[in-house]
Design a protein. Structure first.
Length: 199
């Protein structure tokens, strides 16, 4: 098992232990040349080990195992930028709550309004993807239509988030910051934002 796989497994386990994924939700992958290692269908982040990955070529050919059904989301991000070396898809509670808000422009502004750290991690770039049934061709088509080289964090409406990162640890840090800011925004909106100051 190489160091990249070890780090990806550690991050998956930590995401599970911290409640940022639950049960068999979410998927994680890393790129090794023209081969993508992605968590298998039905896998659990809390139990992920070296035997929990399927292998896919960048052209979509399944080389080994049964990959998560949402692997086309991962391939789209790998194809658009070589900077994406790890892709993580989660359904964490507060980030998913944000994904359900109707006014995404307002929500994204709110995520950046009260602390500077998420902005530092994402460069101020977030995108929303219209709701489609998870794992559907329609979802993959809508994702392909908005994915770009610079944006690393995408909200799948009423679903969760997909993140591209240069390595697993960087992705982990960004997802933790996202969940913290999402919870902060929800709490401020709940108790009345007139009581809080922005940065």
């Amino acid at each position: 098992m190489n160091e990249t796989m070890k780090e990806v497994i550690w991050v998956a386990n930590q995401l599970f232990n911290r409640g940022l994924v639950t049960g068999s939700t979410g998927n994680i992958s890393f790129r090794d040349g023209d081969t993508v290692y992605i968590s298998k269908s039905g896998g659990c982040f809390g139990r992920l080990d070296e035997n929990g990955f399927a292998k896919i070529a960048l052209d979509g050919t399944i080389l080994e195992g049964r990959p998560s059904k949402e692997y086309p989301l991962h391939l789209a991000m790998y194809r658009v930028s070589d900077e994406n070396q790890v892709i993580i898809h989660t359904h964490s509670f507060y980030a998913t709550l944000i994904s359900c808000l109707k006014d995404k422009e307002k929500a994204f502004a709110g995520l950046y309004a009260y602390t500077p750290y998420l902005n530092m991690k994402t460069g101020g770039l977030l995108k929303a993807v219209p709701y489609q049934k998870p794992g559907s061709r329609e979802l993959f088509a809508d994702f392909e239509a908005v994915v770009d080289e610079k944006t690393k964090l995408y909200f799948l409406n009423n679903h969760g988030v997909v993140l591209g990162a240069k390595n697993a640890l960087d992705g982990f840090y960004t997802l933790e910051e996202l969940e913290t800011n999402s919870k902060l925004l929800y709490t401020i909106e709940k108790y009345g934002k007139e009581e809080f100051q922005t940065v």
